[in-house]
Design a protein around this ligand. Structure first.
Ligand code: HEC
Length: 190
């Protein structure tokens, strides 16, 4: 084989390998494909995984869903502000000028009082393993309608569901995937 045709063969082999990689890497990411077939932006998935304050338990195929869900919960949604009691660890309250340290012990376990209303535990239920003990469909329904799953016919108060209801199905599914990956926790008084 001439040097030139050797070079062509090598270049082709490299091109084939790169293509194979390009196909394999998103597939390992679980694709995180939305209904339009587009993957979640990888920089947001990475950011989400980097800012999650607790150890996450998920399958590799769900990485993009969990990472993007973490981005929505921890960088956008502010769930920790209402659903963790207290939101910050002792000495880690940014509102007191301290370097932020989220309260990981009671992370998203509810128990904050808002007048007569108390935020709920949205960590995986100890028995069912489902976040807030809701199936994905139930969770999406709550976030869209604000209908209280525990008190039929009543609307959740304080909880900014009118805002969250504008998220896409894909976003809500990602939030659910993240909430499924965090550890179960209880509020401090339990
Ligand atoms: C401003 C405070 C606040 C924020 C921010 C907030 N919530 Fe809530 N949430 C509440 C309160 C309070 C309740 C209980 C309301 C009631 O009793 O009427 C609640 C209830 C819920 C419920 C119902 C759970 C059940 O099974 O009963 C879910 C699910 C939920 N929140 C998810 C979330 C998620 C996810 C986020 C972030 C994307 C979030 N919340 C952000 C205050 C908040």
């Amino acid at each position: 084989m001439s040097k030139k045709s050797m070079a062509v063969v090598l270049a082709t082999a490299v091109a084939v390998m790169l293509t194979a990689f390009a196909l394999v890497i998103p597939a390992q990411d679980g694709g995180g494909k939305n209904e339009d077939g587009l993957a979640f932006p990888n920089h947001l998935v990475k950011r989400g995984l980097a800012i999650a304050p607790v150890a996450l338990n998920y399958q590799v195929k769900d990485r993009a869903w969990v990472g993007y869900g973490s981005y929505l919960v921890n960088a956008v949604g502010g769930c920790n502000d209402c659903h963790t009691m207290p939101s910050y660890a002792p000495g880690g309250n940014p509102f007191l000028g301290q370097p932020e340290q989220i309260n990981t012990t009671n992370y998203l376990a509810g128990g904050q009082q808002f007048g007569p209303f108390v935020s709920r535990n949205i960590t995986p239920n100890a028995t069912s393993g489902l976040p807030a003990d809701l199936t994905l469909d139930e969770f999406v329904g709550v976030m869209r309608t604000g209908l209280d799953p525990d008190n039929p016919g009543q609307l959740l108060q304080v909880m900014p569901w009118p805002t969250y209801s504008k998220l896409t199905d894909k976003d809500l599914k990602a939030i659910y995937a993240y909430l499924s990956a965090i550890p179960h926790a209880d509020p401090p008084s339990v």
